[in-house]
Design a protein around this ligand. Structure first.
Ligand SMILES: [Mg+2]
Length: 236
């Protein structure tokens, strides 16, 4: 697929958005010393194929579509006090298919579509880099932002107080399950997006077996809610 040349800008991991939101919430990371209440449960959501329809490189905001039931699932996670954090690889930026500005518009549209259904994402992080990037700056990934590296999860942990014993990755590709393993948290594989094909044709090759496999985000959210009822909150 040939894409338009992007004006590859600076590496922004939704930094501005993260900054503005952290001011308006009381979920800042706890100080590093002393006894404290454990953090909140968290679901790290893959975007394409989990929250939105898998459509390849999404090079225009208008191509973004919510998957049926995903907004309701996120709303129910919101209502239970579970953090919802999108972590999404967006190498289309490194490959020159779309720009940071287009992605920012796409994520504004995502938030708007969710808000219309009463749902909210606490944060969206994206990793724009790729080893074959046109811009040499985007070939480097010193903080392992690109999944299955855990850089985006580490960013979320700096911003929110997260109880990692009650945190899961929900994704439609085995790389998402590897992300969960690398971060030491739970994993839920969904059969939406690339999930069905990965499950039917590739599961014997999977390096990581998910903790749970289900049809879609709505089922994943219900399963996670059940797990949380069974798991007492940890104290630090
Ligand atoms: Mg996906």
């Amino acid at each position: 697929m040939a894409g338009p040349e992007s004006g590859l800008g600076p590496l922004i991991i939704d930094h501005l958005e993260a900054h503005s939101m952290s001011k308006s919430t009381s979920n800042k990371a706890a100080p590093s010393s002393g006894t404290r209440r454990a953090g909140r449960p968290c679901v790290f959501l893959d975007r394409d194929g989990v929250v939105t329809r898998e459509a390849g490189y999404l090079n225009h905001p208008d191509r973004l579509e919510l998957l049926p039931g995903s907004a309701g699932a996120i709303r129910r996670l919101n209502e239970r006090g579970i953090l919802t954090v999108v972590t999404t690889n967006q190498s289309g930026i490194a490959r020159g298919y779309f720009t940071e500005a287009v992605l920012a518009k796409t994520h504004r549209r995502l938030r708007k579509l969710l808000a219309e259904r009463g749902a909210r994402l606490d944060a969206i992080y994206h990793a724009p880099m790729h080893p074959q990037a046109k811009d040499p700056a985007l070939r480097r990934d010193p903080d392992a932002m690109r999944k299955p590296g855990t850089g985006m999860i580490q960013l979320a942990r700096k911003r929110f107080r997260i109880d990692m014993s009650r945190a899961w990755v929900v994704g439609d590709r085995t790389g998402d399950m590897e992300l969960a393993r690398n971060a030491g948290i739970g994993s839920v594989f969904v059969l939406s997006g690339y999930g069905l094909g990965e499950y039917e044709y590739h599961r014997r090759e999977w390096a990581v077996q998910p903790d749970h496999i289900c049809a879609n985000l709505a089922e994943a959210a219900r399963w996670i809610a059940g797990e949380l009822r069974r798991r007492p909150q940890t104290k630090k």
